[in-house]
Design a protein around this ligand. Structure first.
Ligand code: ZN
Length: 145
């Protein structure tokens, strides 16, 4: 990530990614466009999701927001971090140590961006639309509240 994303939007992306991983066994989004008003994340999936599944994702993200989980960071050596995490989305600058951003016990992910201190600051999460084409699920979302 080169630019500073809106911390609320970007923190919601972390929660959405972990929600997708847990529910559908996919990987975190391989591409994301995070903007203050609207954002989108793309996932490799084998099938489209039903409206019910989409609403279930939305509710799952909102449950983590409402739980007001604290967001913390820890540092691992580059070697430890590359054993445990996928570092593909970090800048390729050989940084050491690597910063891991943890959302309570819910999620942990290497990241250099700015985040909220506690998930309650995000307010609310709404999925505006989703589409599925050629094995790619795109989720578009905004924040409320
Ligand atoms: Zn982040």
């Amino acid at each position: 990530m080169k630019k500073e994303f809106d911390p609320r939007m970007h923190s919601a992306e972390h929660i959405l990614n972990q929600t997708m991983v847990r529910r559908f066994g996919c990987k975190r989004c391989f591409s994301a466009h995070i903007e203050k008003k609207k954002s989108k994340c793309d996932y490799h999936l084998e099938r489209p999701l039903s409206e019910e599944e989409i609403r279930g994702i939305e509710k799952g993200v909102n449950d983590v927001i409402r739980a007001n989980v604290s967001v913390r960071e820890e540092y691992l050596t580059n070697e430890e971090a590359s054993d445990r995490y996928n570092l593909d989305r970090l800048p390729d600058d050989g940084a050491d140590p690597i910063r891991i951003v943890k959302i309570g016990e819910f999620d942990a992910c290497p990241c250099i961006g700015a985040h909220v201190n506690s998930t309650g600051e995000i307010g609310g999460f709404k999925i505006l639309s989703s589409s599925f084409e050629k094995g790619v699920l795109r989720i578009r979302y905004k924040l409320t509240g």
